[in-house]
Design a protein around this ligand. Sequence first.
Ligand code: NAD
Ligand code: TYD
Length: 351
Amino acid sequence: MKKTIFVTGGAGFIGSHLIRLLIGKYPEYRIVNLDALTYAGNLENLSDVESSPNYFLERVNILDVEALDALFDQYQPEGVIHLAAESHVDRSILSPMDFVFTNVIGTVNLLNAAKKKWAGNFEGKRFYHVSTDEVFGSLGETGFFTETTPYDPHSPYSASKASSDHFVRAYHDTYGLPTVVSNCSNNYGPNQFPEKLIPLFINNVIQRKPLPVYGDGLYTRDWLFVKDHALAIDKIFHEGLTGQTYNIGGFNEWRNIDIVKLLCGLVDEKTGRTTSSADELITYVKDRPGHDRRYAIDATKINKELGWSPSVTFEEGLSQTIDWYLANTEWLSHVTSGEYNSYYEKQYKGR
Ligand code: NAD
Ligand code: TYD
């Protein structure tokens, strides 16, 4: 075995795609998934790779310092790719402290465990922190986020991620921990929990439920297919420079309402519906507080320095994503029972 890598949050949306990629591409690595299995963690996301000989699962909360120390002792990892987080803005507005605990304190716990275990011998070690473009705040009509754009977070989610990014850089600057950070735009694709815009709306179109568009629907996001994010993480982990930050995005901006219409048309076409889901289901609802108007990533650095660029167009990726949800209704029904319904009520009732 050449290397042992901890992937935190590997049972979540992006983490599960990353684990599948790493297990297949690097059979000589031990890939250890550290995940608390919260509402967002789902082992069904990994059912096709769970019996791979180079895959290990440890159910652990990153708030548990002793358990983290014990896992570092047990596995002696050379690398950490840290994705575990509370990841949904609307939930951060409902319960910000969960985000402070996992995203800020959990990240610092992991930094401490790596620092302690690696004890100043950083040769061949790497701590990779996966973050978001939301730390940069909101853009006007023009311009892009670059790696040097000042942080200006507006939601409890983005504030907690910004804080964790600062801690990671502080551990590099203060203790010499060999860190690297990436800030990625909005992801979409198979296995995304149906609380985020695209899977929530696909599920609602399938169920013929209203599609709650916040505010005027003209908010803009820059969308990237999840498998392209996983490929970028692999590149940065292996080829990125220590202490650096890389922005990841597809130069692919869409206004929410345009995505919703495209998505409705595709689902109608694929399911042979003759009435328009867009006309029938789109419902404008009360806006999200602190709602960032526009995100757009300048991904020039990762493209020029590491040769990464997205492999699929948005239309192809969205079509594949819808096909996946239509073919995986069992997965959808498992994740939309129980806790999902009480969250949905709280978030959307009376909006
Ligand atoms: P997700 O919500 O789908 O998955 C999060 C995973 O972390 C789950 O498996 C969950 O069980 C685990 N987790 C949560 N709290 C934990 C804790 N205390 N201890 C251990 N495990 C815990 O998230 P995602 O969308 O896959 O995002 C992964 C990472 O990528 C996050 O750090 C997020 O900020 C970042 N990111 C996400 C996007 C996006 O569009 N989804 C874009 C850019 C960056
Ligand atoms: P989301 O997927 O929650 O990602 P983020 O807020 O992290 O960018 O939301 C994407 C966009 O879609 C954002 O502008 C909010 C909007 N949105 C809706 O209009 N309705 C919804 O029900 C959701 C979940 C999001």
